[in-house]
Design a binder for this molecule. Structure first.
Ligand SMILES: O=c1[nH]cnc2c1ncn2[C@@H]1O[C@H](COP(=O)(O)OP(=O)(O)O)[C@@H](O)[C@H]1O
Length: 222
């Protein structure tokens, strides 16, 4: 497999003001710092997305963004824990092959897709996050290959597309989606990826967070 495994450092990404929330910024460290941590498990996940023109009857698509329903009933990004002694990029690409049938020799996730590193000291866990744009054609091919993957129906219960629109009742769509249960830091990573990829503006992100929290005040809204 040809993946760029050269060790490099990356600073903490610039976090937009709409996401300057403790839940989002907690534990963010530069990549080089994570390499000094002893006896930490290392995980890597990737947000794969493709531009998508047009709109459905519910709102504008903007993009297809892939998340997956995991064995534990939570949503997360494809990826997982890297084995002891395994190169990080090799481990991530291996996880993608197992979970979504990704062909790493054709389209490897590389360091150029790196976005952030977060550390959960209490769990002795370091989580690296990558964001990769693919074509819509590749995205659709991946959705199909998920069904044939080794882990489908076991660790992974299927890929999903994140709804990026907000419907007329000001809640359904992305705000409602954000009230699901998410694995690890994947909800924060999703919001960061939407900002980084310029799929949502800062104003739209603030608005979506506010609308998703409104449900907690009005649980019977539909
Ligand atoms: O998409 C994600 N983003 C950030 N953290 C995640 C995501 N999915 C899982 N995690 C966290 O990483 C840990 C290991 O991930 P995962 O369960 O995917 O590894 P595995 O498939 O190797 O068991 C989980 O316990 C969870 O805390």
């Amino acid at each position: 497999m040809s993946v760029d495994s050269a060790p490099r450092d990356f600073p903490i990404p610039e976090i937009p003001s709409c996401l300057q929330l403790r839940t989002v910024t907690k534990g963010l460290i530069p990549l080089a710092e994570s390499k000094k941590l002893d006896n930490y498990r290392m995980g890597a996940h990737v947000c794969l997305w493709a531009r998508q023109e047009g709109r459905s009857m519910f709102g504008e698509y903007r993009a297809a963004v892939m998340m997956q329903l995991r064995f534990d009933g939570t949503f997360g990004f494809p990826g997982g824990l890297v084995d002891k002694g395994e190169d990080m990029m090799e481990g991530l690409n291996r996880e993608l092959m197992e979970e979504i049938g990704w062909d790493p020799s054709a389209h490897p996730v590389t360091w150029s897709d790196y976005y952030s590193t977060q550390v959960a000291g209490d769990r002795k866990l370091v989580l690296h996050f990558f964001i990769k744009e693919v074509t819509l054609e590749q995205f659709i091919a991946l959705e199909k290959s998920c069904l044939q993957s080794r882990d489908y129906g076991k660790e992974v219960m299927g890929s999903i597309r994140v709804p990026l629109y907000t419907m007329d009742n000001m809640y359904n769509g992305l705000p409602a989606f954000l009230n699901n249960k998410f694995a690890g830091t994947s909800k924060q990573q999703l919001l960061l990826a939407l900002h980084h990829s310029k799929l949502l503006t800062e104003h739209e992100i603030s608005d979506v967070i506010l609308k998703s929290q409104n449900l907690k005040l009005a649980p019977n809204r539909f």
